[in-house]
Design a protein around this ligand. Structure first.
Ligand SMILES: [Zn+2]
Ligand SMILES: [Zn+2]
Length: 141
């Protein structure tokens, strides 16, 4: 059986290949965040998919995983060897702390996922347009 065709399991990793992870659950659809933090961090906008934290594990290179504390409730995980932006985790948020978001670009393919929506669209960059027809949400805060 080809495990990459199993929607209940996903694998992924960083650019240098030394940090690998596994998700043993169906991932939610991909969401794209256009907030300024995500744009600075990812280099464009941050596309990611969420899963319960207890279904997620690092399978290789755990010593390469660094966390940047990006707000008072969340942190961002990256490979300190190659700099790949990999994870967003609201580890100190009441509602979201049991989930982790993995970057869509780090997933092995086929992902069997689809992009679903854009969020924080009022902060999107001035150099691109959103014209893919997906829902565009703007958030107050
Ligand atoms: Zn790496
Ligand atoms: Zn964001």
């Amino acid at each position: 059986m080809d495990t990459q065709d199993d929607t209940n399991r996903h694998t992924g990793g960083c650019l240098c290949g030394n940090l690998r992870y596994e998700v043993k659950a169906p991932l939610k659809a991909v969401g794209a965040c256009h907030c300024k933090q995500c744009r600075r961090w990812s280099g464009h906008y941050w596309a990611s998919a969420e899963c319960p934290i207890d279904k997620f594990r690092i399978t290789r290179g755990a010593d390469l995983l660094s966390w940047y504390v990006s707000s008072d409730f969340a942190r961002r995980g990256f490979c300190k060897a190659c700099g790949s932006a990999l994870f967003w985790q609201a580890d100190r948020h009441e509602t979201w702390k049991d989930h982790i978001a993995v970057s869509a670009g780090s997933l092995d393919e086929p992902t069997n996922l689809r992009a679903e929506k854009h969020i924080f669209c009022q902060f999107k960059g001035d150099y691109y347009d959103l014209s893919d027809g997906l829902p565009q949400e703007s958030t107050e805060t």
